[in-house]
Ligand binder design. Structure first.
Ligand SMILES: [Zn+2]
Length: 326
């Protein structure tokens, strides 16, 4: 039933004895990974999925492992819906939902109904085309989020049926409250969206230096296997690749800002520069428009990024322009 580590097929991959990744190709918008840690008499789940159908499918795959060692703890690595919208299927007085305090607050800010409204209200233009490309495969109706029951800042030690799981807060970076789930005895790292593999990361929160520091923390811990938030299983090479991307766009943005270039021109120029790098092979390239703006915010404290709808419109325009190219 389990597939060897390294495969990027949909389903469970055993990454250490009774530790599993649940992988969802192709890792683009909404196709996130999760994890299962099976202990002596109970299990812990790292993240749920973007909607109830996908989460139920995952729980069915996990049932042979969890039927006698039920899930007692659900860790959400951060607040994005593709890592927590399935929580309600686990809701029970016997189950704790664990997240950093910053992630717990952010979960309240983007309820599933908001995403449902975005998909339904996006219209037939460029934005509608893009939003359906990104989110059209998911069903955001009928989702109700149970409360986080255990909030923490910094560090939280979880006992998953006798197995030690260290929850390390490394945000703000991708979002406000990113957390790594680290199994020191097995050297398995569940990185959440601190790691995207073969896809362009999206930096909603920043600062970029915080994200780079989070990647350095992973490198310091020297995991044997890393489960990224999106994409196939990886090792430290995957961490270094993302670190290289973040460093490059930080440098390119900082240079252009110092030259007095306008933001829109800087985004276009940096996007063109990416063409000549290996990062041009990564999916979801249009996320560059969010990433440059997040770095810009750090360089110019009076600059405020536009609202999420405008960000999606800007990504939609970038995506459409690339689609139109021969
Ligand atoms: Zn994600």
């Amino acid at each position: 039933m389990s597939k060897p580590a390294g495969a990027f097929e949909k389903g469970l991959a055993e990454v250490a004895d009774n530790v599993f990744a649940y992988l969802q190709p192709d890792g683009t918008w909404g196709w996130s990974n999760a994890g299962l840690i099976v202990g002596d008499n109970e299990s812990a789940l790292v993240d749920t999925l973007f909607d109830l159908r996908l989460t139920q499918q995952m729980l069915d795959h996990m049932a042979p492992h969890t039927s006698h060692r039920p899930i007692a703890n659900v860790v959400n690595t951060h607040a994005n819906g593709d890592h927590c919208y399935g929580n309600q299927l686990l809701a029970s007085p016997e189950v704790d939902f664990i997240a950093s305090s910053s992630a717990a607050s952010e979960m309240d800010e983007v309820p599933p109904a908001l995403l449902a409204a975005l998909v339904e209200g996006a219209g037939d233009g460029t934005l509608g085309h893009y939003v359906r490309h990104a989110f059209g495969a998911f069903d955001f109706n009928g989702i109700e989020m149970p409360d986080v029951t255990v909030e923490f800042t910094g560090h939280h030690q979880l006992d998953a049926g006798g197995r030690s799981v260290e929850l390390l807060e490394v945000g703000p970076a991708h979002t406000q409250g990113d957390v790594l789930a680290w199994l020191p005895d097995d050297r398995v790292m569940f990185a959440g969206d601190i790691l995207f593999i073969d896809g362009t990361p999206i930096m909603w929160a920043g600062p970029v230096n915080g994200w780079i520091a989070a990647l350095d923390k992973i490198i310091d811990l020297n995991p044997a296997v890393i489960v990224p938030g999106h994409g196939p299983l990886t090792d430290l090479d995957g961490v270094r690749a993302l670190r290289g991307y973040l460093q490059l766009i930080d440098q390119l943005t900082t240079e252009r800002h110092a030259e007095g270039m306008a933001l829109a021109d800087a985004i276009r120029d940096i996007d063109n520069h990416i063409d000549s790098t290996p990062y041009s092979e990564w999916s979801d390239r249009e996320r560059i428009v969010v990433n440059v703006q997040t770095i810009w915010r750090g360089l110019e404290p009076t600059f405020a990024s536009p609202d999420a709808l405008t960000m999606f419109q800007m990504m939609a325009d970038n995506f459409a322009a690339r689609e139109d190219q021969p």
